[in-house]
Design a protein around this ligand. Structure first.
Ligand code: TYD
Length: 392
């Protein structure tokens, strides 16, 4: 593993702090990102025990975003008509945004965060509040194997590949497929989106790295699609090599060529990215400092895990951002990890809320700009660091 990016001391990204706990010292870890030249995998070097991140206090709910809800709805409709799966497993079912589009009899969710698993259990969806592993896979598929295993933004959070893919192998039916969706390394690098790296994102996958990993488990990618979610993701369609029901789409080779052309297989590309990130920090700080010198007000929009990396890496705290607006019930009235910036319940932006709004949820830019068109019309401005620090 070759190190290429040091994002400094970071708190746990989704550990929003309650007021009564502000006095306690937070646990921090060194966020260093590396590249493995053998399998082209990009990952963070110091990992955090999963129980510390995925527990009853997990704040992120897929259904609270219109974009995600819509994307899961469209996706499940497509999957139902194309693959007609008799039995579906979702790894990381969150609050059910995906599984709720399926018949209760044909789908189960796996979700280790108790607060989330409870939501789908209450709605009578079979949910296993456990971490995905071979033992659980055997239990779930005792009577019937899965035609479809779906997992969005979850596999990149699980450190142990061996467990993931062994369990997938156990669970798939003869024609069964695994579909995973995770942020794309190519988009991350192109967008200067270094905030895709935080404690939960152990890996940021590329097609070339997944191909190498899957080889070990006699699996292969048979299709890949680029999606806009989470600031640019890839949806990989995976099957066992012996599954001859599906041909390998030429998209796979196209994607591989694209990634090689960009240099995702070379360490020098990542060193270049490191330089870009360092410059991004300088530019972003310049923007914030200039605004503050004029005594203008900045607030934040979308207290994302991603913004935790940016704010802590750049050293942007309360002296710059008065507070964040966020729609997630669990984050409201809490404080951002590290910077301890207050999070307020979202309400539509008004002209005199602030002169500038830092876009923490830049991956929902379109949805947000649409919602805040009045604020924008009246001269309200947004700050972003993606693809380069600038003011909209
Ligand atoms: P997300 O994109 O999942 O980021 P991360 O994985 O980095 O945490 O989270 C988006 C956050 O932004 C979530 O807390 C909800 C918030 N948000 C708003 O407050 N308003 C909005 O209009 C949207 C789309 C999101």
């Amino acid at each position: 593993m070759k190190k290429f990016l040091d994002l400094g001391l970071q708190p746990l990204a989704n550990s929003y702090i309650e007021k009564k706990n502000l006095k306690f010292k937070e646990k921090k870890f060194r966020l260093i990102v590396g590249f493995d030249p053998k399998n082209f995998l990009v990952s963070i070097l110091n990992t955090i025990p999963k129980e510390k991140m995925f527990n009853k206090n997990y704040p992120y709910k897929s259904s609270e975003s219109k974009t995600m809800k819509k994307s899961f709805k469209i996706m499940s409709k497509r999957l139902k008509s194309k693959y007609r799966p008799n039995f579906v497993i979702e790894i990381g079912s969150n609050d059910g945004a995906f599984i709720k589009n399926f018949n209760r009899k044909n789908v189960v969710g796996v979700e280790p965060c108790k607060n989330l698993a409870l939501i789908t259990k209450r709605k009578k969806y079979k949910t296993y509040c456990e971490y995905w592993n071979s033992r659980l896979a055997r239990k779930i598929t005792k009577k019937r194997k899965a035609d479809l295993i779906y997992s969005a933004n979850t596999l990149s959070h699980i450190e142990n590949f061996n467990e993931i893919f062994k369990a997938v192998d156990t669970s798939l039916s003869q024609k069964g497929i695994l579909i995973i969706e995770d942020p794309s390394l190519l988009e991350c690098l192109k967008n200067g989106a270094y905030d895709q790296f935080y404690c939960e994102h152990i890996y940021v996958f590329s097609t070339i790295s997944l191909k190498k990993i899957l080889d070990k488990y006699d699996m292969e990618i048979f299709d890949v699609e680029n999606t806009k979610t989470h600031g640019g993701s890839n949806r990989y369609f995976i099957k066992k090599k012996k599954n001859k029901f599906y041909k390998i789409n030429k998209n796979v080779n196209k994607e591989i060529k694209k990634e090689i052309k960009f240099g995702l297989n070379k360490f020098s590309t990542y060193k270049k990215f490191e330089k870009k990130v360092k410059l991004s920090k300088i530019r972003l700080l310049e923007i914030f400092s200039k605004i503050k010198k004029k005594k203008l007000k900045i607030i934040g929009y979308g207290a994302t895990a991603k913004s935790c990396t940016v704010l802590n890496f750049c050293g942007i705290g309360k002296e710059y951002i008065d507070f964040f607006y966020d729609t997630t019930s669990f984050k409201i009235n809490k404080f951002l990890p590290g910077t301890k910036i207050y999070i307020k319940k979202y309400r539509k932006l008004k002209k005199n809320d602030a002169h500038f709004v830092y876009l923490g949820a830049w991956n929902f830019k379109e949805e947000i700009f649409k919602k805040e068109k009045d604020f924008i019309k009246k001269g309200g401005k947004f700050i972003t660091h993606v693809p380069v620090p600038k003011i909209y």
